[in-house]
Design a protein around this ligand. Structure first.
Ligand code: TRP
Length: 329
């Protein structure tokens, strides 16, 4: 551990089975970071509660996501992988940090305003505090680096400000100011060809889908809308099927581009080839996942073990934080 370059923390809400967008945008990067950093990856179930209106699936969604992480190559013996609510210290730190958070800063955040627009009837206290809980996640484990997409940049900046305020006002170094590490993967567009791939928009392709299901989904993908007839030349630069070929068909993509522009290949064949290549790429992942899924207890054992290790780190930080704010111990 001491040979690594520092500690990384990232969290993701338990959205159940992960899709290609999660994989390319986050999970692959989580896996790669393990080589150089001590990594802490968290399934943020408490954050999920801020917008949840049905609670039945939270447990199952956490387990499904953990399975995807493990199958993708997260190594739970070196990486701490756990469920947020299993480390209750985070809620204590959240409370303390909330006293250092000007309310107006939270309500001014664009992410908060978006959520209010999406859920006008569920603007709860926890939702306002979402970035404070996120700051508690990161600082509890003294993570120096947080790999997230640009949509989280304002939250990261917020976290950095809270840390600076806290350390300044308590004249301590109890909290570590995190750096954002942009995951730098272009937004993965869904099967509709316009919106970011997302489960809730039903425009996603699940990693754990069967080859047949994958093919069915790929065949529904929206291509160049100007290419009405098979004989029309295509424009790969506006086609999301082509974008995915760049990732999944690296050796064929040059030819596909030529054949699309000259209409030598039609969208149906182009999609069949993409489905085939996605299925080939995901074959080892799916085999590992199927094996792991046979015994869900093992997944929970891994998550509980991760939480036990996380709690040890958490206690150290929380003691320092309490001392810094003068709470009697
Ligand atoms: N807010 C993040 C999201 O919606 C999830 C998250 C919670 C997170 N806590 C975090 C991300 C800490 C990075 C670090 O995707």
């Amino acid at each position: 551990m001491t040979t690594k370059k520092g500690r990384v923390f990232s969290g993701a809400r338990p959205t159940g089975r992960q899709h290609l967008g999660n994989y390319l945008g986050a999970i692959k990067n989580y896996v790669a970071l393990q080589a150089d950093y001590e990594c802490v990856y968290c399934i943020v179930d408490l954050h999920a509660l801020t917008t949840l209106d049905e609670f039945e699936n939270l447990r199952q969604n956490s387990a499904e996501m953990a399975l995807d992480w493990l199958a993708a190559g997260i190594r739970p013996d070196e990486t701490i992988m756990f469920v947020q609510s299993h480390v209750p210290q985070v809620t204590e730190l959240h409370t303390i940090l909330s006293m250092f958070t000007p309310l107006g800063k939270l309500t001014d955040l664009p992410t908060f305003k978006e959520k209010v627009a999406q859920h006008p009837h569920n603007v709860n206290y926890g939702l306002v505090g979402y970035p404070v809980l996120m700051t508690a996640d990161i600082t509890l484990y003294r993570a120096g680096i947080v790999p997230v997409g640009v949509d989280q940049a304002s939250h990261l900046e917020f976290a950095r400000e809270i840390v600076r305020t806290f350390n300044f006002r308590t004249k301590s170094q109890a909290l570590v100011e995190p750096q954002m590490k942009n995951t730098e993967y272009p937004k993965v567009i869904g099967t509709d060809g316009v919106a970011k791939m997302s489960k809730s928009l039903n425009n996603d392709i699940e990693l754990a889908a069967t080859p047949d299901e994958t093919q069915k989904k790929v065949m529904t993908m929206v291509t160049d809308p100007q290419r009405a007839r098979r004989s029309d030349p295509g424009r790969p630069e506006v086609c999301n099927v082509f974008t995915l070929h760049k990732t999944f068909s690296p050796n064929q993509v040059g030819q596909i581009e030529v054949d699309c522009r000259s209409a030598a290949i039609g969208c149906v064949d182009c999609k069949k080839l993409l489905a085939k290549n996605i299925n080939l790429d995901l074959e080892p992942f799916r085999a590992r996942r199927a094996e792991l899924a046979q015994d869900e207890d093992t997944v929970w054992d891994i998550l509980h073990d991760g939480a036990a290790r996380a709690r040890q780190l958490a206690d150290v930080t929380l003691n320092d934080v309490k001392a810094a704010v003068g709470l009697p111990q």
